[in-house]
Design a protein around this ligand. Structure first.
Ligand code: UDP
Ligand code: MG
Length: 311
């Protein structure tokens, strides 16, 4: 029998986890030809999430879990899940039912029918999401797709169904700064897409603040494009050209006998402007340098403190 692993990263999800478990068990009944493995990743929760996972494992042997020594972030949770999944197919979903488990039978059917390695989902709408958040999210996708060769689909969820071959491909990427939305695209494989309407969280609250999303998007940009680095060279060329012109104008004016003592304000402004550009370019360089620094440390992406084998 083919095995399907359901990987679910959880951070402070004591309310959503039991609801999720009940839902996924029902969905599993609709797929009797598959041997299910429910793999929960506890991303350093401070509430009763881990206790619930232990209980679920005692009750249902299909439940496995990996518990981190602290919060490492959702990307680390995804990696840990994919690493310890034993399935021939692996699906990835959020615990809050915003990735509707009811789509799973359709995804499995599509994978078999079209013989693809990857079935992905996207939200058709962003309804129910704060307006400002949607606006910046759209802006981010426009920008990153302009500057990156890897396609990063707007509205795409991390909710995927992947074959073993694709999971192994993802695991072969050794980078520490992991931006899954980019990695899924980067590894390639023909992909079938399913759209669904935005669903509100089943219980609990979102773990993403505006700030953490902003930082996440910067990680995405540095991980999948080096275009911002080119800004520095471009600006350098531009300002060299402009100052060359200015020199010619000043010399000509001198020989034409036009002497001037005014123009202080414009001089100060242009100095500030250039200073700003220089700092900006140095900042961009710094972003990439810091990422390189973190990569060269080769620190593990996560530390496991406990799994179901420990109890
Ligand atoms: N999550 C995680 N670690 C974190 C933050 C979130 O494992 O540091 C999990 C969370 O438990 C949930 C999923 O990632 O299963 C998506 O999080 P959330 O629903 O808060 O994000 P949103 O849907 O609001 O983007
Ligand atoms: Mg959510």
């Amino acid at each position: 029998m083919e095995r399907l692993t359901v990987v679910v990263p959880c951070y402070n999800e004591e309310e959503a986890l039991p609801i999720f478990y009940n839902t996924i068990v029902e969905v599993a009944k609709q797929l009797p030809d598959l041997d299910f493995e429910f793999l929960f990743v506890n991303d350093g929760s401070k509430d009763k999430t881990l206790e619930i996972m232990r209980e679920l494992h005692k009750k249902d042997q299909r439940v496995r879990y990996v518990s981190f020594s602290r919060n490492f972030g959702k990307e680390a949770g995804i990696l840990a899940g994919l690493k310890s999944a034993s399935g021939d197919m692996v699906t990835l979903m959020d615990v809050d039912l915003q990735d509707p488990p009811s789509l799973l039978p359709q995804m499995v059917a599509l994978m078999k029918e079209k013989k693809v390695h990857h079935v992905a989902t996207r939200r058709a709408t962003r309804k129910g999401e704060p307006v400002l958040r949607s606006f910046f999210a759209r802006l981010f996708y426009k920008f990153i797709n302009k500057i990156s060769k890897t396609e990063i689909v707007d509205g795409a969820r991390d909710y995927r169904l992947m074959s073993r071959a694709m999971v192994d491909a993802i695991l072969s990427l050794s980078e520490v700064n992991r931006f899954s939305k980019g990695i899924f695209g980067w590894v390639g494989f023909e992909t079938e897409w399913i759209s669904f309407d935005n669903v509100e969280r089943s219980a609990g609250v979102t773990k993403w603040s505006f700030w953490s999303l902003l930082m996440y998007s910067l990680d995405g940009i540095t991980a999948f494009s080096t275009a911002p680095l080119a800004i520095a060279s471009f600006m350098g060329f531009l300002f060299c050209g402009v100052s060359f012109l200015a020199i010619i104008i000043i010399i000509t004016r001198h020989f034409m006998g036009v002497e001037s003592a005014f123009g202080w304000a414009s001089m100060v402004v242009s100095l500030f402007f250039l200073g700003g550009i220089q700092l900006l370019c140095m900042g961009i360089l710094g972003q990439y340098l810091s990422k390189t620094y973190l990569e060269t440390k080769h620190r593990p992406v996560f530390i496991v403190e406990e799994t179901e084998k420990d109890i």
